[in-house]
Design a protein around this ligand. Structure first.
Ligand code: C2G
Length: 507
């Protein structure tokens, strides 16, 4: 079935995909913001950075962004990350509601922390006429230079709506390109953005004259950092072990094609970031991704030592060799992210976890953790595959609930994280965060004990199921405190009475 595809951006990746899609029999039209690029390709049938690749005659070119968006089955955004917002704004009035848009640029916007599909959505929806745009992130270990030579490649088509991900899978799949689907768009885009920074680190090490051991250590521990952040942000673990995570990290950190790797090499050799970018003459997305990565690391309180070290070298003039030494001298760590007892549970859970996971959230103080809480958490988890617990912070408890907890937030968090039903604990620091949490953590079901019945029905407007589960009647944190207090008072009065009976001096 012939598909009409509009490609916005005529860089190496845009043109390598244009060629592949045209050769698969699709109608392909390409637009560039730089009209001289269009003129050059019309004349030479070459993309300047892919001199060995012939541009198929069937590919149409246009200098009108309106025309490239007109009556297309798919619109492909293939512009550098820093131009995605302005390009989406420029294209907005020509893109119909309900359009499938595929983004292949990788990065996170430094000031908003939005991924690029979120940037496109926010720009298109600005006029409130684009609330049904279907956004797909297409990402993986895919050097344009190799795709341009039909070298066998694999990639991920990620969309919250699995049917849309499959439509894109069918269009981009061919004998040289194998496409997998994923619903964890945010996780795929987070990988795509942050792996470029690890590739910079790998290039710096090569520039310093270090070897494959160092590179392998960086790739392994770099993925662990990205995975830690992703888990805290509610992403799927499969995503990080998959093509968009591990796959793309390997290809970007080890390949001579990688601009991030090359830029890192020049920096390891003593050039500044500016000099390195100038030397390469093309966008180095890893450098653009640093501010957002540091912001996310701080916002989600996730330690990311390699990314921080790259940031010190590139943005704070740290000596690369010293930065590597500091990383090597850090305090000793274990590789295990969970206690051994959880490993069995994790592997069992991951084996049976369905791909389109249902994500559940619940909120509470969970002080003096008791079986009533466990009953709630167990039943909440049974409603899905992934349970997020929003735990009331000490300040929120005191200022908004007038509750003084026995255990601190960190202690209550540690207890919850040791429960096998709980996958992620996030802070609840205000009453009104629930709506945004539903979006940010891609929640399908909101759960609370039925003492809250009807109080959170408004969350149905966010497209989530709202479920109130019967409380476990006879137990509560306050009851525990009262009973202990009463028991203590009885013991004290008994003790003083016993004293009177047995101590002759007291008679
Ligand atoms: N719960 C239960 N049975 C009990 C005690 C508690 O099912 N015997 C449930 C509560 O209904 C709640 C969860 O366990 O869903 C946590 O209870 P609390 O720690 O008391 O939470 P609460 O103070 O109700 O805070 O924004 C919502 C608030 O944070 C809820």
């Amino acid at each position: 079935m012939k598909t009409s595809i509009g490609i916005i951006g005529s860089g190496t990746w845009g043109m390598a995909l244009a060629r592949m899609l045209a050769n698969s029999g699709n109608d392909v039209e390409v637009w560039s913001a730089i009209s001289s690029e269009i003129d050059e390709m019309l004349l030479t049938h070459k993309q300047r950075n892919l001199p060995f690749m012939n541009i198929p005659n069937s590919i149409q070119f246009t200098k009108s962004i309106e025309k490239v968006c007109e009556e297309k089955d798919i619109i492909l955004f293939a512009v550098p990350s820093v131009f995605v917002r302005s390009t989406a704004r420029q294209a907005r009035s020509y893109i119909p509601n309900g359009q499938i848009i595929v983004d292949v640029a990788k990065g996170i916007e430094s000031d908003t922390l939005l991924t690029l599909t979120e940037v496109i959505r926010s720009e298109l929806n600005f006029d409130r006429n684009h609330n049904d745009i279907k956004l797909v992130a297409l990402s993986g270990p895919t050097h344009a230079e190799e795709v341009a030579k039909d070298i066998p490649t694999a990639i991920v088509s990620a969309c919250e709506d699995i049917e849309t991900a499959e439509i894109v899978q069918n269009i981009f799949m061919n004998t040289c390109m194998r496409v997998y689907t994923n619903t964890d768009v945010f996780g795929v885009e987070l990988c795509g953005a942050l792996k470029n920074i690890i590739a910079l680190a790998a290039g710096i090490c090569v520039g310093l004259g270090y070897g494959d051991n160092t590179k392998a250590a960086l790739i392994t521990r770099g993925l662990a950092e990205i995975k830690r952040l992703g888990a805290q942000m509610g992403c799927l673990e499969d995503t990080f072990d998959g093509l968009a995570g591990m796959g793309d990290l390997i290809v970007t950190a080890t390949s001579a094609h990688s601009r991030n790797n090359k830029a890192g090499f020049f920096i390891g050799q003593g050039k500044t970031a500016e000099e390195a970018v100038h030397e390469i003459g093309m966008v180095v997305e890893g450098i653009n991704a640093l501010p957002a990565a540091m912001h996310l690391s701080e916002k989600y309180r996730v330690e990311m030592p390699i990314i921080s070290a790259v940031n010190d070298v590139i943005n704070h003039g740290e000596n690369p060799r010293k930065a590597v030494n500091n990383l090597m001298q850090r305090e000793k760590k274990t590789e295990l992210s969970k206690s051994v007892s959880d490993i069995d549970f994790e592997s069992t859970f991951l084996t049976y976890r369905s791909k389109s996971m249902k994500r559940v959230i619940t909120y509470g103080t969970f002080d003096l953790l008791h079986y009533g809480h466990i009953n709630l958490l167990r039943r909440a988890k049974a409603l899905g595959d992934y349970l997020v617990v929003a735990l009331s912070t000490d300040e929120f408890n005191w200022n908004s609930k007038q509750k003084k907890t026995y255990f601190s937030y960190e202690q209550r968090k540690q207890l919850l994280e040791s429960i096998r039903y709980v996958d992620l604990v996030i802070p609840e620091d205000n009453w009104s965060q629930k709506r945004t949490d539903m979006k940010e953590y891609h929640i399908d079901t909101f759960v609370m004990g039925d003492d809250w019945r009807e109080k959170f029905d408004f969350l149905k407007e966010e497209g989530v199921d709202v479920v109130y589960l019967p409380r476990t009647p006879e137990i509560s944190s306050s009851k525990i405190k009262h009973d202990l207090y009463d028991a203590n008072s009885v013991a004290e009065s008994k003790l003083s009475h016993d004293d009177l009976d047995t101590d002759p001096n007291k008679i």
